[in-house]
Design a protein around this ligand. Structure first.
Ligand code: UGB
Length: 429
């Protein structure tokens, strides 16, 4: 006889069935609690059980999420946060198993900063790639905590263990078009997660300086080129862009009320080795090698779309430059003690390239001709072009991107082939 689920036991499929079951249950109940003293003992037992359960829940998610907590875990966090150079930083890097996060973590570690990573290893794209990045970081002495930026208890514990001087916040739900499929994941990571992190930073002693990833997508329907930080950003074209724009406003509030030093970075279509498989240059490479067709979007009147593709090493320099020039937060005890620094920088390459040209470069490096389907750009959050004005970042910390798309994609293809080979099948999303 098939067994019943808990819901099937207590919820009626028909009133008749429900009646029968409740009668037999009442009989059992009476048999069980035949006397008042037995009933009293049962009640006591239930109260004790509930109390034990509540204290179990309250003692932290470490009991439910074996990924954080415990003496060994704390030892790893402490060791990873250790600074190995004079006047070095101790940095919490969120999204450390991600594309930009892993590169930035490595760069900081290599120059002697303490780095603790945090990542939830979600399956937005192949987690095996995130794990491989994690292995790489581990080999360089960077420990990545497995956890979500929405986990306030875990964050509080991290800030207790390691007195971070800086937070490099790169954890986010990325991708412009995926926002139409899973809108709530953007609210969860890019808004709720950001606020949870800022709450933790606000009460941390000392308050860290924060550098975080905004996006070129905040320029939305802006048509004035190149995009300057002072241009309009109130017309986002995607929910992704809207959450990043919201992040800029939210961080301003925390800067204003609590004295947190905050720098937002508007990244322009970052690409390179260890990149994100959901991005066009990456998925195109996979499809070209597998002999599959790629879909190339076109804009109004069949105009080519263009992006200010920016190579990962240039972005890393921009992130490190931002950290190095970030002033200290001014708050303590959760209160502002003076005005604090608030900045927003474009980090782009300043030379947009059309998508068909990008495909041409890939064909050349892969030595394979792409099968192209040209399709009118669907109304899915895309914008026709991006183009960064980087003079502000240049003035503040000498930001100077030096890698053009030819060179950068050559390095990407080299990495791709060494990592996956020519024939890596369908294992990557
Ligand atoms: O700068 C950012 O802030 C964002 O950059 C990135 O978004 P995008 O610039 O849209 O990059 P990406 O998806 O690689 O599409 C590139 C081009 O290929 C076109 N494209 C795309 C897919 C496809 O199948 N066909 C196609 O033509 C497409 O129309 C576009 O013209 C990050 O993903 C995002 O997380 C965010 O960080």
């Amino acid at each position: 006889m098939p067994s019943m689920s808990a819901e099937e036991l207590f919820l009626p499929s028909t009133p008749g069935k429900f009646k029968d079951k409740s009668h037999s249950m009442q009989r059992q109940f009476h048999r069980c609690f035949a006397s008042t003293s037995t009933m009293f003992l049962w009640a006591l037992f239930l109260v004790a059980l509930t109390a034990a359960y509540l204290s179990f829940v309250d003692s932290g998610s470490k009991y439910f999420n074996t990924a954080w907590g415990g003496i060994h875990w704390e030892k790893q966090v402490r060791a990873s946060a250790q600074i190995h150079r004079t006047n070095g930083f101790s940095v919490l890097v969120t999204g450390a198993a991600g594309f930009v996060g892993s590169h930035v973590s490595l760069a900081l570690r290599k120059r002697g900063d303490g780095v603790v990573g945090l990542d939830n290893f979600n399956n937005y794209y192949d987690p095996a790639l995130k794990n491989a990045r994690k292995e790489l970081l581990n080999a360089h002495g960077v420990f990545i905590v497995e956890g979500d930026v929405n986990d306030a208890k875990m964050l509080a514990r991290l800030f207790e263990i390691a007195r971070f001087t800086h937070v490099m916040h790169l954890a986010a739900q990325a991708g412009v078009r995926y926002a139409m499929e899973n809108p709530h994941s953007y609210i969860h990571s890019n808004i709720a997660g950001l606020v949870t992190l800022l709450e933790a930073c606000k009460i941390a002693e000392p308050q860290p300086s924060i550098v975080w990833a905004s996006s070129s997508s905040v320029y939305g329907l802006n048509e004035k080129a190149p995009f300057s930080e002072s241009d309009r950003t109130d017309r986002p074209a995607s929910l992704y862009a809207a959450t990043k724009k919201a992040g800029e406003e939210i961080t301003h509030t925390y800067n204003h009320i609590y004295g947190l030093s905050i720098t937002g970075l508007r990244f322009f279509t970052v690409y390179g080795p260890w990149g994100r498989p959901d991005m066009a240059y990456f998925s195109f490479t996979r499809n070209i090698l597998q002999g599959k067709a790629i879909t190339v979007y076109r804009g109004k009147n069949h105009a080519d779309l263009a992006r200010d593709f920016t190579y990962i090493d240039d972005i890393v320099k921009g992130c490190v430059g931002s950290l190095d020039t970030a002033k200290k937060s001014t708050g303590s005890g959760g209160k502002k003690r003076g005005p604090a620094q608030f900045r927003i920088f474009n980090l782009g390459n300043t030379s947009p390239v059309t998508v068909p040209m990008m495909v041409g470069i890939l064909e050349k490096h892969l030595k394979v001709k792409a099968k192209k389907n040209l399709v009118d750009m669907p109304g899915n959050g895309d914008v026709p072009f991006t183009h960064a004005n980087i003079s502000y970042a240049r003035k503040e910390f000498g930001y100077n991107p030096t890698t053009d798309l030819q060179t950068g994609l050559k390095k990407f293809v080299k990495w791709y082939l060494s990592y996956y080979g020519y024939n890596h099948g369908n294992s990557v999303k």
